[in-house]
Design a protein around this ligand. Structure first.
Ligand code: 3PY
Ligand code: MG
Length: 264
């Protein structure tokens, strides 16, 4: 069975950099899997990506030697089960705001005795280049479980949440976190409440042996967060990169007026 090299890196305390896939397109997933990112997260929370496109993307990404992850639309047994059973090597779960919600994530993502994930499916084993019995026996050691801290309630309950056994990483969603503070959604800011919340997650994660992570917009921000001790870092998204480059060109040509493009 293949090894999840991203989980291994995080366990060793090393950083691991990836990006988000937001387009419902297996061709762009294939091309992105060859660009050098450690992992690619198929984004099912805020996009029209179907389960079929996601499953094909997981297969293509893993065949390229990159780790396929899925951000599920919400924290539920159904969502977590379906992406893992169709071949994702890990999950990113939005808005985990309490210990009970974190325990529910682990229960859905880990097989007994760590959780109660139901057994079944073919594609999980295929993507790890093994048979289902070996997958069931080893999946708890290979599946990456990432929960998101993106609400002030998660910051307040960080100690309770991050002490739940079975969580590998905590990933800050800066846009929702700003939003929950009544601030404009942004990837970063100097706002003291936001800065303190980020530092609180960083130190609480380290205390509990959980890899801290955050979503950033560019390589400079990714390097700065690595310097601070963050490990699981997402840089923008494939559509954000495409649109930023397209806008750079149309701006240089003086066309398109003051049009803004989505950042991720
Ligand atoms: C956020 O910034 O809210 C996110 O969910 C980033 O992935
Ligand atoms: Mg969010």
């Amino acid at each position: 069975m293949k090894k999840n090299h991203v989980r291994a890196k995080l366990k060793k305390g090393e950083p691991s950099i990836g990006t988000w896939l937001t387009l419902p397109d297996t061709v762009s997933a294939h091309l992105m899997a060859r660009t050098g990112f450690d992992w690619l997260t198929v984004e099912l929370e805020h996009t029209p990506i179907s389960m079929e496109t996601a499953a094909e993307s997981f297969a293509i990404i893993s065949a390229c030697g990159t780790v396929p992850l899925a951000r599920v639309p919400w924290n539920s047994v159904e969502n977590i089960k379906r992406v893992l059973d169709t071949g994702a090597w890990g999950i990113v779960v939005p808005m985990v705001n309490s210990r009970a919600e974190a325990e529910a994530v682990v229960a859905a993502a880990r097989y007994t005795p760590l959780g109660n994930r139901s057994v079944g499916g073919q594609l999980h084993a295929a993507n790890f280049d093994t048979d289902p019995a070996s997958y069931y026996a080893n999946a708890n050691e290979e599946i990456l479980v990432v929960i998101m801290a993106e609400h002030i309630h998660a910051i307040e309950a960080a100690d309770d949440i991050l002490s739940v056994p079975g969580i590998d990483a905590v990933f800050i969603g800066p846009n929702d976190l700003h939003n929950s503070m009544g601030l404009k959604p942004e990837f970063d800011s100097d706002n003291k409440q936001f800065v303190d919340a980020v530092q609180h997650i960083l130190s609480t994660a380290k205390k509990h042996g959980v890899a801290p992570g955050i979503h950033v917009l560019d390589a400079a921000a990714a390097k700065a967060r690595v310097e601070e001790g963050f490990q699981f870092i997402a840089v923008a998204s494939e559509s954000g990169m495409m649109l930023a480059k397209a806008r750079e060109i149309t701006k240089a040509l003086g066309i398109g007026g003051a049009r803004q493009v989505a950042k991720y």
